[in-house]
Write a protein that binds this ligand. Sequence first.
Ligand code: ZN
Length: 251
Amino acid sequence: MEEMGRVLILSDVHANLAALEAVLSHAEAGGPIEEIWCLGDMVGYGPQPRECLARLRELGAICLVGNHDLAAIGQISTQDFNPAAAAAARWTQSQLTSEEKEYLSSLEEVIVKGPFTMVHGTLRWPIWEYLYSHEAARAHLERQKTPFSLVGHTHIPMLVVEEPNLPEGCQLFYLPDGLNVTLESFRRLVINPGGVGQPRDGDPRASYAIYDSERGTVTVHRVEYDIARTQRLMAQAGLPRWLIERLSVGR
Ligand code: ZN
């Protein structure tokens, strides 16, 4: 595989431009970024879907499609969404231009880049499945043909290590801020960088990861951003109150 340098791994930006900008500045302060990989759900929930899409596209980010992106273009029904998420999806749909919808509909569910397979949910159900359990992790790993994979969707930074000798087949770990995961090709791994725009692990700070190809590591970073700014814009847009409030607590 060619040397890539530092790759910025994002997921679940969710139309939260303040969080995205904070993540971009923080990542750039750590050194040059060669590529940006974005694991889906660029829009939905947040107040600035158009601005977030424009920013990611201008940076040449490689983006996957997530369930909220498909809901925003009417390609999946919001029946399985909670009422607040469904209301936000309808609002998002009303904001996007047809060109932006075309862009979202052109995105892939699964992309392979070097030793990584990327997908929003899991390789079993790319759009919908949350990788929370050992069972889901095993089903995902069975379909993973590369040593490493990257998933989003849960908005929780996490590491799965395949352990064929254990009855569960793998171990699941929460990934704290700053911990370096060393990539060794004899152990298959799944990494979730956490959510940029709507963290759900009780830490309201935006979450992202850096893949450093020279060091062979992936590291999660947490960044404070102007939560109140995003909340103000959400209130102005008339987005549901629960979605506004949850940003303060990261749940
Ligand atoms: Zn999401």
